[in-house]
Design a protein around this ligand. Structure first.
Ligand SMILES: [Zn+2]
Length: 179
């Protein structure tokens, strides 16, 4: 049995047991999976990516919180905004795409930012699938040079990584992901 950390397209996280990785795929295909919070069947395994700052440099690293000011709390879950120095994007946003009301603006900009962040992580990091915990650990303990990776972890593996002080966060789920 595998306990997977799952995420729906609205960002609700939950956990579920499966006989195997294949069982997850089969059940998803048959529409047997649904988010317990909102009922959507657009559910996927939460992809994880580590904060690759090696231990020796961690003390110098400051948290990078970029919460939009003056906006209401978005309905989608706010993702962690920490990410490796090397992957921090230049901020360029076309003015023309700014919607009118602040609330819509906040949401639209959030999605745009998430899309950009995710594209960057996926573009610059290696997909390691189920080897994620192993690879994240190697990078953390500096057995291999730091690099960007993303992949899957079971809830149990995720907890073990956290217990070891290995930082990682789920990749943002985008509205178009599950269509
Ligand atoms: Zn949901």
């Amino acid at each position: 049995m595998i306990l997977y950390k799952l995420q729906c397209k609205k960002g609700h996280e939950f956990e579920a047991w499966f006989a195997s990785s294949d069982a997850f795929d089969r059940q998803k295909k048959k529409g047997q999976l649904a988010c317990p919070s909102c009922g959507t069947k657009s559910v996927s395994k939460a992809l994880m990516t580590p904060n690759v700052t090696p231990r020796s440099r961690r003390k110098a690293a400051a948290p990078d919180k970029q919460q939009p000011t003056g906006s209401r709390k978005p309905e989608t879950q706010r993702p962690e905004t920490q990410r490796p120095e090397a992957q921090r994007p230049d901020t360029q946003r076309p003015e023309a795409q700014r919607p009118e009301t602040q609330r819509v603006a906040a949401h639209s900009e959030l999605v745009t930012a998430l899309r950009k962040l995710r594209a960057e992580i996926e573009g610059k990091s290696e997909y390691v699938g189920a080897r994620f915990p192993e690879e994240a650990r190697k990078i953390h303990y500096e057995e291999v040079p730091a690099r960007g990776i993303h992949g899957e972890a079971t809830a149990e593996e995720a907890k073990a990584l956290k217990d070891e002080g290995i930082e990682f966060y789920p990749l943002p789920i985008l509205p178009e992901d599950q269509n």
